[in-house]
Design a protein around this ligand. Structure first.
Ligand SMILES: [Zn+2]
Length: 337
């Protein structure tokens, strides 16, 4: 009977130290199984004198029940601990602030649109729109480029079959404007234009702004003053600006405008191809044929116009080099703005 107490004590220690259901089951087999220690012990009853057998049998059965009770309690404890652990790990703190979606940013070309809208509305220009699918007349003929004029070859235009084109410049909007409104006139049009071109500095769709002012006594000096103000404000710089003689069919005289390289300050670098200058736009005094074509008296009124590629302005402003990157929508690039 002393050995029985010993077995019971060992069983109690072992069961209490069990950390999972599997090891508990091993203990059950070890003590209560067919060949378990207590079962074996029961088999030794036959060696006792008959009068001692009932008392000894009772004691062994009580020991078996005690071990079973210990195991049951340990199982309950382990299950309870498991549930508590699960509750703790899955707990939700409803007082924590929510996870917000990442903020988007404004596309650099849209920023350029916004800048120009601000600059030119301050100077009293109105903003106008026109169709992207345009009649040949507005895209060319009215701009002093009649059919078969060699200047049509300057632009690789997308043609539809029935005298319609995807506008290759924003200038057609000036014609719409002059047909609708009598001078004095100050208008700006910004939008998408299309040409058959695709390389480092050309994309088939790009953005242009066209600016037109028509009034009595307008001179080239007015154009020069406006462009100085616009370019200096847009690029936040006082870099020099120069005019080079050029040719456009719808202006006479015509000029191309350069600004001192924003990257190297005019010393010469990769971006300005070591010239110290960046070409930014084309401009000129509106050709009398264009004014007469929309019934504006070119003896009384004069005008200036300029057109500028907004994607190129954007590249120059932010020191980028590949025009195509503006249309790839790579978030790593866009997130920097
Ligand atoms: Zn440079």
């Amino acid at each position: 009977m002393q050995a029985l107490d010993e077995i019971l004590r060992h069983a109690e220690t072992a069961i209490q130290s069990a950390t999972d259901l599997k090891s508990l089951d091993n203990y059950r087999v070890q003590y209560l199984g067919k060949k378990g220690q207590l079962t074996e012990y029961l088999k030794t009853l036959g060696q006792l004198p008959p009068e001692e057998r009932p008392a000894a049998g009772q004691k062994i059965n009580a020991a078996k029940e005690a071990v079973q009770a210990l195991i049951d309690k340990r199982i309950a404890d382990l299950q309870k601990a498991q549930v508590e652990q699960q509750l703790a790990s899955e707990a939700i703190d409803v007082t924590l602030p929510g996870r917000s979606a990442g903020l988007g940013s404004i596309h650099p070309v849209t920023k350029t649109f916004d800048d120009l809208r601000r600059i030119f509305s301050q100077m009293g220009f109105v903003f106008m729109e026109g169709p992207e699918i345009e009649e040949d007349y507005y895209n060319f003929t009215a701009l002093n480029v009649p059919p078969l004029h060699p200047a049509r070859a300057m632009q690789d235009t997308f043609y539809f079959s029935d005298g319609l084109v995807l506008r290759s410049q924003m200038s057609p909007v000036q014609i719409h404007a002059m047909k609708k409104m009598a001078p004095p006139l100050r208008m700006v049009a910004m939008g998408r234009v299309y040409r058959r071109d695709f390389d480092l500095t050309h994309t088939p769709m790009f953005h242009q702004m066209e600016c037109l002012m028509v009034d009595e006594h307008i001179t080239f000096a007015d154009l020069k003053g406006l462009l100085n103000q616009f370019l200096h404000e847009f690029f936040s710089t006082d870099a020099p600006i120069r005019f080079r003689p050029s040719y456009f069919p719808f202006t006479e005289p015509s000029a191309e405008v350069d600004i001192g390289c924003l990257n190297c300050g005019g010393k010469g670098c990769r971006i300005c191809k070591n010239s110290g200058w960046l070409e930014v736009l084309g401009c000129g005094m509106v050709h009398p044929n264009v004014l007469n074509g929309v019934s504006i008296d070119s003896e009384k009124y004069r005008g200036f116009a300029f057109g500028v590629g907004l994607d190129r302005l954007t590249l120059l402003k932010y020191g980028m080099t590949d025009l195509r990157s503006l249309f790839e929508n790579d978030l790593r690039l866009l997130k920097q703005f």
